[in-house]
Design a protein around this ligand. Structure first.
Ligand SMILES: *[C@@H]1O[C@H](CO)[C@@H](O)[C@H](O)[C@H]1NC(C)=O
Ligand SMILES: *[C@@H]1O[C@H](CO)[C@@H](O)[C@H](O)[C@H]1NC(C)=O
Ligand SMILES: *[C@@H]1O[C@H](CO)[C@@H](O)[C@H](O)[C@H]1NC(C)=O
Ligand SMILES: *[C@@H]1O[C@H](CO)[C@@H](O)[C@H](O)[C@H]1NC(C)=O
Ligand SMILES: *[C@@H]1O[C@H](CO)[C@@H](O)[C@H](O)[C@H]1NC(C)=O
Ligand SMILES: *[C@@H]1O[C@H](CO)[C@@H](O)[C@H](O)[C@H]1NC(C)=O
Length: 342
């Protein structure tokens, strides 16, 4: 075979896979749930934080930085290389047993665009032509007008896996990768990936295939009635919560949410959040053992007033004698100045 015919047959194979809509990309999601989900976007050419924020309509920009463990001070012009995955936060809406990005992103068709390039190149194959056409009621996918605004329905899920909360991550299988090493890289198992993705034969994995990877998250002592009760952080990410007054991160060394008060990150006047005389995130060692003060979420009292909850864990052996309350919830009043836009 000459290299020309080889190239041609490769093109034909690629095209026929495209046209058959190989691998619907949707992820299953039971219930009528909403959550934050992620996709591992691989920029086809070098890009910037600002360009990704605009392509995926990420608001606030901070959520793109925190998902990727980039410092909050990272400028919009910060450049990102092509071909290396960046985590894009996706607002997920589940209905009809399927999770889709909730009417975002909206892509405006430009001159020389076609649905194939939009689906395969610009959006990495996270959607198929058919899925874009169906979501936008396009009767003839070969004819789309320049300037038309298209909803790109990206796959996502809010489902728990094995009874545990996770963050679902859409992953493009790289050339030559295998399910076992992908599982290991993301802290899960081949068996879970096969079950979640309905894969019977792990050797059937193809380059470019979209996988639903349930990322394990750090556990926390956040109360179920707190406004940030669904704060789920996978390994290697951080977030600002409680009106930017609290910084929490997750590392796979402990799988325990690690929070402390922010200093100068919030435009609000942040209180000193403590349990008694221990600051959030601090521990103190006494003869009885180790006491620690952890973050337990925040609740709103009214329009300009919120409460930060903390949880003091004391060594059980000394509680009886010293009568140290096991949990102290601190009430802190502050005025919230617009702190949600970085
Ligand atoms: C739900 O999914 C089924 C099967 O895929 C489909 O026939 C039906 O039209 C869908 N309903 C809605 C409201 O999307
Ligand atoms: C979808 O498109 C067809 C034909 O263009 C039109 O008749 C129909 O009303 C459209 N449906 C919606 C929901 O926009
Ligand atoms: C956790 O993140 C670190 C740093 O990004 C990485 O080296 C490690 O492989 C990850 N571990 C798991 C289980 O995801
Ligand atoms: C409490 O934590 C802060 C940072 O969160 C640290 O600077 C300080 O030294 C800690 N204090 C004690 C007593 O551990
Ligand atoms: C804040 O809320 C608490 C509890 O609802 C209330 O007692 C307090 O007066 C409020 N403070 C301000 C400044 O609104
Ligand atoms: C405080 O933390 C302990 C240990 O993690 C937990 O058992 C308890 O339920 C927490 N209390 C509250 C109010 O969150």
């Amino acid at each position: 075979m000459t290299s020309k015919t080889l190239l041609l047959s490769l093109l034909l194979i690629t095209t026929s896979r495209l046209l058959s809509g190989a691998g619907a990309t949707s992820f299953s999601c039971s219930g009528d749930d909403r959550c934050h989900s992620l996709i591992g976007y691989i920029p086809p050419k070098p890009t910037t934080i600002a360009a990704l924020q605009s392509l995926f309509q990420i608001n606030p920009r901070r959520s793109l930085l925190t998902a990727n463990s980039l410092p909050i001070s990272t400028p919009p012009s910060f450049s990102l290389p092509s071909h290396s995955p960046i985590r894009i936060p996706i607002p997920c809406l589940c209905s009809n047993a399927t999770g889709l990005s909730n009417h975002r992103p909206i892509y405006t068709v430009r001159t020389h665009d076609n649905l194939n390039a939009i689906a395969r190149r610009i959006f990495n194959g996270f959607v198929t032509i058919r899925e874009i056409a169906d979501a936008n009621n396009i009767s003839d996918p070969d004819r789309i007008e320049v300037g038309r605004r298209l909803w790109i329905p990206l796959p996502c899920s809010c489902d728990e896996v094995d009874g545990k909360p996770v963050v679902h991550y859409g992953h493009v299988a790289a050339e030559g990768s295998d399910l076992e090493s992908i599982a290991e890289e993301f802290g899960t198992t081949e068996r879970v990936l096969m079950r979640v993705n309905g894969i019977q034969d792990p050797t059937s994995l193809q380059a470019g295939q979209i996988l639903d990877i349930p990322l394990p998250v750090c556990s926390s002592s956040i109360n179920t009635d707190a406004l940030d009760s669904r704060l789920l952080l996978p390994n290697g990410s951080y977030t600002l919560t409680a009106n930017n007054c609290i910084f929490c991160s997750c590392s796979s060394s402990t799988w325990q949410l690690d929070c402390h008060a922010t200093q100068g990150m919030s435009k609000s006047t942040c209180p000193v959040a403590k349990c008694g005389n221990l600051l959030i995130g601090n521990t103190s060692t006494t003869s009885c053992g180790v006491s620690s003060c952890s973050y337990s979420g925040y609740i709103n009292n009214n329009a300009n007033n919120f409460t930060i909850l903390t949880n003091l864990t004391t060594p059980t052996t000394c509680n009886r004698n010293e009568k140290v309350p096991l949990n102290i919830n601190m009430l802190i009043m502050i005025t919230i100045i617009d702190a949600n836009n970085v």
